[in-house]
Design a protein around this ligand. Sequence first.
Ligand code: ZN
Length: 348
Amino acid sequence: MYTQEIINDFIIRIPKAELHMHLEGSIEPKMMFKLAERNKIKLRWESPEALREAYHFNNLQSFLDLLFEGCNVLRTEQDFYDVTEAYLNRVKLDGVRHAEAFIGPQSFLQNGVPIDVVMNGVIQALKDAEKTTGITTGFLISAHRHRTEAAAFELLELIMPWRDQLVGLGMGGAEVGNPPSKFQQYFKECHARGFNLTIHAGEEGPTEYVREAINLLGVDRIDHGNTAMRDPELLQQLSDKQIALTMCPVSNLLLNVITDLSEHPLRIMLQKNIPVTINSDDPSYFNAYVAENWIQSQMKLSLTFEEMIQLAKNSFQGSFLPLPRKAQYITEIENFCLDFFRRDIRAN
Ligand SMILES: [Zn+2]
């Protein structure tokens, strides 16, 4: 019998990748106040504690409203650098070996922040943090689905000078009423330009959105994908094509996508051979970095060691890393497990 303490230790230390997180969703309240002060921006909260208290959401929209408001404090390259660096330093403690991070430049462009400020700040921080933390990184640009397809095309042109520093493109924002089919031409163009592609689908939106994402847009992976659970044929397709789902259990719980973590579809999907992964989405706003998402899921869904090892492997398999690098990380997991269980036998 393993105690919860041993299980948690296993979770924290097993090598893992995080594939679904938004840098603008990782600004801790203290950082928010630091940046606001630096940029002489008045926040409507008295203190970081009061801001943390405001993190109670009814649904995706109520969260997005606060998220976009928070984006207001990011103004300079140094701001983007600091937020990115803080995230990577934090998840090093969670056993993260590889991180693929989104940012949505449209939130900052509309505040008058030039694109090169966003791109250069994040890219420099990722480069530096790779050296200091040993975490490999991938940078993804996310377009807003609640804006027009023309706006997504404009963004695409703006980011092209950094093409070689990007690992892929994604899409997020208000889902219901903004189906993947709205962006068919945009994704076709991104595909033609050779980008790896992902899109948020089936978080609040219907099963149909997940189907459209795969069949109309031809994305390489799906962010969330919860509502695919309602359609056995779609589940079969996800399994056959080995399309990774970057699921975010605590985010789902706090945005009322589910009412209890025990209802989360990730374990059943895992058992159906779908490459499910566990991620934090917006770790500061949901007060849970990636390992905490694993721990809460493990407890509520009674995930076994075998399932957790599979989740860790899926996180690298589902990444946009080159194949040999994926293989190295999978070997790292296997070595970690050998060592972990050998030690455990000795302890007993
Ligand atoms: Zn997300």
